[in-house]
Every structure is written in C-alpha cells, then in structure tokens.
Design a protein around this ligand. Structure first.
Ligand code: SF4
Length: 245
C-alpha cells in the first residue's frame, strides 16, 4: 500500500470511529496525549439514557456486520456479549478467542469454564451476570487487540455499560485494564484495588486464562471476588469457599 493509500485508509478509519461515536450517542470525548484507547475514564463521556440506543438489542442492530476495524477480516462471529441486561455485575475481558469466535458467545472455552466456576462460587449463574469484552471480534492468533482496534470498538462497550448500569464491573486481565482503566495498568500491581469506569466501581483481577497457567494466583482472585461480593451484599460462607447470593 502506498503512503497516499495508507493516509486515505487512516482517514477512512477515523471517520468511521467518529460516526460510530455519534451513532452510539456519545457527544463528547477528549483526545489523550497518547491514544484514546489508553486515555482512561477522564477521556470518556457516557451519554445519558435519552441518547443513543435504548436497549442492548438496538445496540446490537446498530453494530450490524461491523467493519469499523481490521479485526472484522478474520472473524466468524461478532461476540457481542451475553447475560442479564439488568445485571448488577458485569465481567469484561479483552476479546474473543477461538471458541468464542466459533460460537459467537463470550468466555466459552477453557477460560470460560473457569469463569463460570468463579461465578458459581459467588452463588450466581452466568445468566445473572453480563459477560463481554473490550473488542467484539477475535484478534488473529489470539494476539492482544491493537490500541486502534480497541478504540474503534470501545464505544460499543461504553454503550453496553450505559444500558446495563451495573453496580460493579469486574475487569479481567491486563489488556482490559490498560484499555479501560489506565495505560499504565499492571495487573499484578493494580488488581484488587477499586477503580472506576464510566462512573461505575471496577474491581480488576486476573484473567481466567492466566489463572489456568498460574493456579497459585487463584487465591488473589478469590480475594478480589470476595471484595466484589461484599460490594454487592452477597454472602460469603464461613469456610470462605461456598457462597450464596
Ligand atoms: S472489533 Fe469491534 S469495531 Fe472492530 S470490526 Fe469487530 S465489532 Fe467492529
């Protein structure tokens, strides 16, 4: 691709992102010194309920057969997210993997099974929470989403959060933390500390895929999960393992 073609493609991508911001009801954002995807909460403006789509179904229809970033090229399915549209708790990971791309559902592979067990340990079912990702199409080879890909997709996530209005968000892993909380986010340092995203309390913890590779970290994740439960008023049984909502 020539330089002129690259510049044309860049402006085309930028126009699509701005149109998407407008379509989803976002009327204001500030550009960070580095990149909007790393800009943190201060750069984001969550529109009021009178703006943008009024339901998750409307938002999904708006996304359509999205080609707003290059991730559309290799995907089989857009993985929009699933769960209770009025969930008190939302889990946000980084992006779909192979199984998720095949099925169109978030967190259905091995890591998803572990997330399901974590949710069950909280005394909840998957259909009582909402699960989604920073990007809705699978990055090739399961690489991390690039900042411009995350920036293109984040308006959808912000709209989902605005529509669901959860009481707590649990951010899973460093990639989601960097895109949603701070460009300097480091999971080992910052997990377990309350932050906010779109004005909603956020508990960052390890991604289930990391826990599978590093089982010792489950203990810290359990502490984080208990903090979430405390915020939601869910009961932690005395043995610290079996819990009810
Ligand atoms: S990742 Fe998001 S912005 Fe990119 S093509 Fe998929 S739905 Fe569209």
């Amino acid at each position: 691709m020539s330089v002129a073609e690259e510049i044309r493609a860049l402006f085309s991508d930028l126009r699509e992102v701005l149109e998407l911001e407008s379509e989803t009801g976002i009327r204001e954002f500030r550009v960070s010194e580095r990149h909007p995807a790393w800009a943190g909460e201060k750069t984001k403006a969550v529109p009021g309920p009178e703006q943008g789509p009024s339901s998750l179904e409307e938002l999904r229809a708006l996304i359509g057969d999205c080609k707003r970033c290059r991730l559309h090229r290799g995907r089989r399915h857009i993985v929009f997210g699933e769960g209770d549209p009025h969930a008190r708790l939302v889990f946000i990971g980084e992006g779909p993997g192979r199984q998720e791309d095949r099925t169109g559902k978030p967190f259905v592979g091995h890591a998803g099974e572990l997330l399901t067990r974590i949710i069950a340990a909280m005394g909840l079912r998957r259909d009582q929470v909402y699960i989604c990702n920073v990007v809705k199409c699978r990055p090739p080879g399961n690489r991390d989403p690039e900042p411009d890909e995350a920036a293109a997709c984040l308006p959808f996530l912000e709209a989902q959060v605005r529509l669901i209005q959860p009481e707590v968000i649990c951010v899973l892993g460093s990639v989601a933390g960097r895109n949603l909380l701070s460009k300097d986010f480091r999971i080992r340092r910052d997990r377990g500390k309350w932050q906010t995203y779109c004005g909603i309390p956020v508990m960052p913890t390890y991604h289930p895929a990391y826990l599978q590779r590093n089982p010792a970290a489950k203990r810290e994740t359990w502490q984080d999960v208990q903090a979430v439960m405390g915020r939601l008023g869910l009961e932690v049984n005395r043995n610290g393992r079996k819990m009810r909502g």
